[in-house]
Design a protein around this ligand. Structure first.
Ligand code: SAM
Ligand code: SF4
Length: 335
């Protein structure tokens, strides 16, 4: 009897090929952004969290299954002890084409050059406002100047591309979208505007009232800038436009107003080792259990990952106007 060919690719039941993995390496964070976390959060005990070795091993299994791009996220990835060593080890995985990170920027003032040296190619840095008081109000604990210093350090370190991520909330920061684009243009950065997603209970604002659709942001921007459609894709859900006469691009991530699920190419690994098949559904597979029950056995792990593709849902179930049906917060999910 001939043996089965080695498993080399992840394809779901809708024919979508999965080659992008996001890994949340911690649920902890130095900020408490009001759309991401409740003010008073309980974080996971250490035994429930994947070790750095387990994260590396899981990432390796995914790369052996055809994953080409890994984004490290959190929580705030740079607050996890050992994060830089992990990145360096991930950067050396044969077959991995891109190692990228999403960060709130608070640690970049000191860590940007080390991150670059560790092999991180591109950075997404979150920045919702340029007003220090509003920044404090949105992040609850953050300091705008520290993040601006971090962005400057990242530019200096020479990453291939730096993109600002801004979650836009009506009556909090929606009037600042043109200023944020001007900041991106002046600093030769790209910027994506994100519609808030209803992940987990938040206690300080009403998500339905704060909803500010991408089309309104675009219309606001077109009063100041000329936006030219771009064919560029970074393998993500952002729809991009070039800002005429500049080096910057503006992206829109619009889970509510423009569903992007048909081209979904990604899965997420939470810091608890749950493989999430969709940001907006609870479908998941416990990979921590597998890796701890079969230490060092990559074939069992890889088979579990391949089988998990069967439960990847067709689309997310977000409804900004209803109570959240997804109980995990974004810091658990890994945005
Ligand atoms: N701490 C890092 C940061 O803030 O960039 C990485 C993790 S954070 C969860 C990743 C991204 O998710 C950030 O750009 C953040 O603004 C975004 N985010 C968090 N909660 C969100 C929500 N409820 N809806 C939409 N985006 C959200
Ligand atoms: Fe922390 Fe990022 Fe969530 Fe803000 S969005 S609380 S910075 S994990």
């Amino acid at each position: 009897m001939s043996s089965l060919p080695p498993l080399k690719q992840l394809i779901d039941r809708f024919g979508r090929s999965v080659d992008y993995l996001r890994i949340s390496i911690t649920d902890r964070c130095d900020f408490r952004c009001l759309y991401c976390m409740a003010e008073d959060m309980t974080f996971l005990p250490r035994a429930q969290v994947l070790t750095l070795e387990e994260i590396h091993s899981l990432a390796q299994a995914f790369v052996e299954l055809g994953v080409k791009k890994i984004r490290i996220t959190g929580g705030e990835p740079l607050v996890r002890k050992g994060a830089l060593q992990l990145l360096e080890n991930l950067g050396r995985l044969p077959g991995l084409k891109e190692l990228v990170m999403t960060t709130n920027g608070s640690q970049l003032g000191t860590l940007a050059p080390t991150l670059k040296a560790a092999g991180v190619k591109r950075l997404n840095i979150s920045l919702d406002t340029l007003d220090a008081d509003k920044f404090k109000a949105i992040t609850r604990t953050g300091n705008l100047q520290q993040v601006l210093t971090g962005i400057a350090a990242a530019r200096q370190a020479g990453f291939e591309r730096i993109k600002i991520n801004a979650v836009i909330l009506k009556n909090r920061n929606h009037e600042e979208v043109a200023d944020l684009v001007r900041f991106a243009v002046d600093n030769q950065l790209d910027i994506s505007f994100i519609e808030e997603m209803p992940l987990g209970e938040v206690d300080q604002h009403n998500r339905s009232e704060a909803y500010y659709p991408s089309d309104l942001i675009k219309a606001d921007l077109e009063r100041t800038f000329t936006l030219l459609p771009s064919t560029e894709t970074t393998g993500g859900p952002s729809k991009y436009f070039c800002v005429a006469g500049t080096l910057s691009k503006v992206g829109f991530i619009s889970p509510h107003s423009h569903n992007f699920c048909s081209t979904c190419n990604r899965v997420r690994l939470t810091v608890e080792g749950r493989l999430l098949l969709c940001l907006g559904n609870e479908h998941s597979v416990d990979l921590k259990r597998v890796i701890r029950a079969h230490p060092g056995n990559h074939e069992v792990l890889k088979k579990t990952i391949v089988d998990a593709m069967r439960i990847k849902p067709e689309k997310h179930e977000f409804n900004i106007h209803e109570q959240p049906v997804i109980f995990r917060h974004m810091n658990m999910t890994g945005g």
